[in-house]
Write a protein that binds this ligand. Structure first.
Ligand code: PEP
Length: 233
């Protein structure tokens, strides 16, 4: 069983999600399908897949206009929330410690956080990939974490049509698995994300330590997303 998670970012509408839900209803798969959508779409009836949000506040409640708390997300019926996505880190200057606070809040509300880590092109070129990944995991995943999912997303590859080599993906995922195990979190699912599509999904998910994928652009249309879901058993 693999985990196939979609990240719609700020795209789609309730109508497009209804249509996706209809298309997913007939898909025969043992894989776990999750769609992380804008807050306004979280109330759509999800059959055959689970819903997730894409961010959560560091606060529980109060005078934080525009923020949405973990318990508010949980109240919609959503089960997951992405934290520390590359775009949050880039455009909202989210640090590992902010991401860890968000992940803790999610866990306290009964949500499963999908915690993203990954290196920028600048960090890759400076030979810092492994250090960034390891500190990303150590500092973003709460120490007392319950059930979490970690996503390795090389930030230079997201939305760029670029993919690391198989050896690079294996190395990153093994490091994440070892780091999680040293934190007492062995068995935590580790997803790969960045430019996953139907043509590369099965190959990527056949790499050791890759428990599934986090899919951006190719999760928006059922014609692109369903072949990814059915590409592996
Ligand atoms: C993402 O934004 O999490 C992502 C993986 O995007 P894409 O698949 O479009 O590269």
């Amino acid at each position: 069983m693999k985990i196939i998670a979609g990240n719609w970012k700020m795209n789609g509408s309730r109508d497009t999600l209804q249509n996706m839900a209809l298309a997913l209803k007939d898909v025969k798969t043992d894989n776990k399908v999750i769609l992380c959508v804008p807050y306004t779409m979280l109330c759509v009836n999800a059959i055959n897949f689970s819903l997730g949000a894409q961010d959560v506040s560091t606060h529980d409640k109060g005078a934080y206009t525009g923020e949405v708390s973990a318990s508010m997300i949980a109240e919609t019926g959503a089960k997951y929330v992405i934290v520390g996505h590359s775009e949050r880190r880039q455009y909202h200057e989210e640090t590992n410690s902010i991401v860890r606070q968000k992940a803790s809040n999610a866990l306290n509300a009964g949500l499963i956080p999908i915690i993203c880590v990954g290196e920028t092109m600048e960090e890759k070129q400076a030979g810092k990939t492994m250090a960034v990944i390891e500190s990303g995991v150590r500092e973003s995943v709460p120490n007392d974490a319950g059930k979490v999912i970690v996503a390795y997303e090389p930030r230079w590859a997201i939305g760029a049509g670029l993919t690391p080599t198989e050896t690079e993906i294996l190395g990153a995922h093994k490091l994440i698995a070892d780091t999680l195990s040293s934190m007492g979190l062995s068995g935590t699912p580790i997803l790969y994300g960045a430019s996953v599509k139907a043509s590369n999904a099965a190959d990527i998910m056949s790499i050791q330590f890759v428990d599934g994928v986090l899919v951006g652009g190719a999760s928006l249309k059922s014609d692109d997303f369903i072949p990814i879901i059915t590409s592996v058993k």
